[in-house]
Design a protein around this ligand. Structure first.
Ligand code: S3P
Length: 447
């Protein structure tokens, strides 16, 4: 089992307007995929702007353990020499996935069509998350699994080579499941097809094509012809819109704020939070929209604006699935009653994010009603939060709960305390330093 880091309690107090420019770290989804695809390609890939968070480092370690050569140069560029499709090696030890569901599920896809056996372990949060969603299609392709009760980690799998191509309709809207099947298909003879009725993030499709895979998207069907070589690429990873989301909400709720977030990925499968905040009346201007390596990127200028409650359109869910915790924070400051339903998947993220945010906002003085598939939130019409008094919000090993509640503390009458902010390092190691640079007041507390 993964050794937990020691908890790092944090308090955030209001400190007036947030002002300045920020650069968010590289997109997490693209960073994981860059290392995996480069690790399978022929030749040496160069990756700039890689997110150096714990989740992505877990992917790097696993790809190294299976034969890829991965190095970070002093100037921050990463160099990856791949093993070639089909060339992954048997890892000598268990692959420690830490907190990272994306590493786990995508790497399970890769292992499924290689003749190797791998054991996946993770921290207490990851060990509670469902793996049946990938075990099921990968078993159909021929992989064999021995999982912990409830189809959870730790689990050991044996891949099959050659694996069997399948046609698979996704039962849940999940880019991780879609990607796991496509990655298994990469080393499988014939054509593997995934049908997705609800579009989810399409980074695997775009990037695999860029690496030279024989992949087609026709309507709801993604097909990949296996056993084609991937060729090394140069990649510039754009800024993570999920990380940018914290500053979008912070600048929107703290009176007088004016923040520009540089170099944010604007892929339409990822911009749901911007759409929802705009419906609420947020002032978000996209400046200098440009193309970087086939992805739209922009700078976002966000100024404080009074927010109004909305019924969050459920069809935005896949394009803002990781942003609900911080959207709930925005709703807590809006005028009126916000209802967000149709987001059942939030129950199986790094924590149960519906229950976690209901408890966290409740502790900070917000009236919240919990539904099976979302929350209703009584907004405070711009009034600061009460704060958490002597209590501490439980972050439950979930980086996004910790960061969302840190944002809530930026407009609160008394500080918001969080029992453990260490998980922030999984996706956004510089978050606290950036909060400080913008004028917020974070303080580390005694454990
Ligand atoms: C991700 C897909 C999403 C998202 C996760 C990253 C990816 O998960 O929540 O943070 O990179 O493919 P699901 O596929 O489980 O919705």
């Amino acid at each position: 089992m993964h050794a937990p880091l020691s908890p790092r309690p944090l308090s955030i107090a209001a400190a007036g307007p947030l002002k300045g420019e920020v650069t968010v770290p590289g997109d997490k989804s693209i960073s994981h995929r860059s290392l995996m695809f480069a690790g399978l390609a022929i030749g040496t890939s160069r990756i700039r702007g890689l997110l150096e968070g714990e989740d992505v480092l877990a992917t790097a370690a696993a790809m190294r353990a299976m034969g890829a050569t991965i190095e970070r140069r002093e100037d921050g560029e990463w160099r990856v020499a791949g093993v070639g499709v089909g060339g992954l090696l048997q890892p000598n030890t268990a692959l420690d996935m830490g907190n990272s569901g994306t590493s786990t599920r995508l790497l399970m896809g890769l292992v499924a069509s290689h003749p190797i056996t791998a054991t996946f372990t993770g921290d207490a949060s990851l060990s509670k998350r469902p793996m049946a969603r990938v075990i099921e299609p990968l078993s159909r392709m021929g992989a064999d699994f021995t999982a912990s009760p409830g189809d959870r980690l730790p689990l050991t799998m044996r891949g099959l080579c050659p694996a069997v191509p399948i046609e698979y309709e996704l039962p849940v809207a999940s880019a991780q499941v879609k990607s796991a099947v496509l990655l298994a298909g990469l080393n499988t003879p014939g054509i593997t097809r995934v049908i997705e009725r609800v579009p989810t993030r399409d980074h695997s499709e775009r990037m695999l094509r860029g690496f030279g895979a024989d992949l087609n998207v026709e309507g709801e069907v993604v097909s990949i012809r296996g056993e084609a070589e991937l060729r090394a690429q140069d990649i510039d990873v754009p800024g993570d819109p999920s990380s940018a989301g914290f500053w979008m909400v912070a600048a929107s709720i703290v009176p007088g704020s004016d923040v520009t977030i540089r170099n944010v990925l604007m892929n339409p499968t990822r911009t749901g939070l911007i759409a929802a905040l705009r419906l609420m009346g947020a002032s978000i201007e996209a400046l200098g929209t440009r193309d970087v390596g086939g992805e739209a990127v922009a700078d976002l200028r966000v100024r404080h604006a009074p927010l109004s409650a909305i019924e969050v359109p459920p069809d935005l869910a896949p394009s803002m699935i990781d942003e609900y915790p911080v959207l709930f924070v925005a709703a807590a400051f809006a005028k009126g009653h916000t209802v967000a339903r149709g987001a059942h998947e939030l129950r199986v993220k790094e924590s149960d994010r519906i229950a976690a945010m209901a408890a966290a906002l409740g502790l900070a003085g917000v009236r919240v009603e919990e539904h099976e598939d979302g929350l209703s939130i009584e907004g405070r019409d711009g009034e600061p939060l009460v704060g958490t008094g002597g209590a501490r919000v439980a972050s439950l090993l979930d980086h996004r709960i910790a960061m969302a509640m840190a944002v809530a503390g930026m407009h609160a009458a008394r500080p918001v305390a969080i029992d453990d902010a260490a998980p922030i390092a999984t996706s956004y190691p510089g978050f606290i330093a950036t909060a400080q640079a913008l004028g917020a007041q974070p303080t580390w507390l005694d454990a």
